[in-house]
Design a protein around this ligand. Structure first.
Ligand SMILES: CC(C)(COP(=O)(O)OP(=O)(O)OC[C@H]1O[C@@H](n2cnc3c(N)ncnc32)[C@H](O)[C@@H]1OP(=O)(O)O)[C@@H](O)C(=O)NCCC(=O)NCCS
Length: 183
């Protein structure tokens, strides 16, 4: 099951159906949806369906977490570990792997929360889930995401044409000291 993940300043708790409205608000923010949803304003129903798909992954320890700032008791974003889906059709090297997702409300950008969230996801993936490798994908113009991924240790695999922008793809390898096994 999905555990609560803790970072120095945030609690990442497994998302629940009750988070649907907060996630829809986050995912439709213009700065967040720009790359996360290729700038589409998704409907509340599409957000709820996406959340439902994520909830179904919980028994595998994957899915979506809601990030709450411990000092403010406020939802500031979401984090996810999700099977690579459409990106694998653009870069088949990612097929079968799991990728992280991090999205923050713009009011808290620039505080270093993103790196904390990604580090917690990577520790969970390599530790409890035993994943030796993770994939990642960003739209090339998403500079903040690229910086976040490379700072966390993701290596660039290459660039491929994508649905809206060129996609940059990445691989991350769990440290040898972890219990992760090659899948
Ligand atoms: C990706 C995201 C989580 C990063 O959050 P953040 O709070 O901006 O992260 P940080 O402030 O720690 O910045 C990360 C890095 O990007 C850099 N950066 C941020 N915005 C930048 C910009 N507009 N131009 C250049 N660099 C930028 C920062 O300097 C930092 O680099 P550093 O680690 O070398 O100092 C946030 O931008 C977001 O929620 N975006 C919308 C959702 C999304 O696109 N998620 C990515 C898909 S997984």
């Amino acid at each position: 099951m999905q555990p609560i993940l803790q970072t120095p300043r945030l609690d990442l708790r497994p998302a629940a159906l009750a988070d649907a409205d907060a996630l829809w608000a986050l995912w439709t923010d213009p700065a967040v949806r720009r790359f996360l949803w290729d700038d589409r304003v998704i409907s509340p129903i599409e957000a709820a369906d996406t959340l439902g798909d994520c909830l179904a992954l919980a028994p595998k320890g994957l899915g979506l977490w809601v990030a709450e700032a411990r000092d403010a008791d406020a939802v500031v974003g979401c984090a996810g570990l999700l099977p690579v889906s459409t990106a694998a059709s653009y870069d088949p090297r990612l097929a079968g792997l799991v990728e992280p997702l991090v999205a923050l409300t713009p009011a808290v950008w620039g505080r270093g929360y993103a790196g904390e969230m990604l580090d917690a996801l990577l520790a969970h993936a390599a530790g409890a889930l035993g994943l030796a490798r993770l994939a990642a994908v960003t739209d090339v113009p998403n500079v903040a995401s690229d910086r976040m991924l490379q700072r966390a240790g993701f290596d660039v695999l290459g660039e491929v044409p994508g649905p809206r922008y060129r996609l940059r793809t990445y691989l991350w390898h769990a440290p040898p000291s972890s219990d992760a096994v090659e899948r």
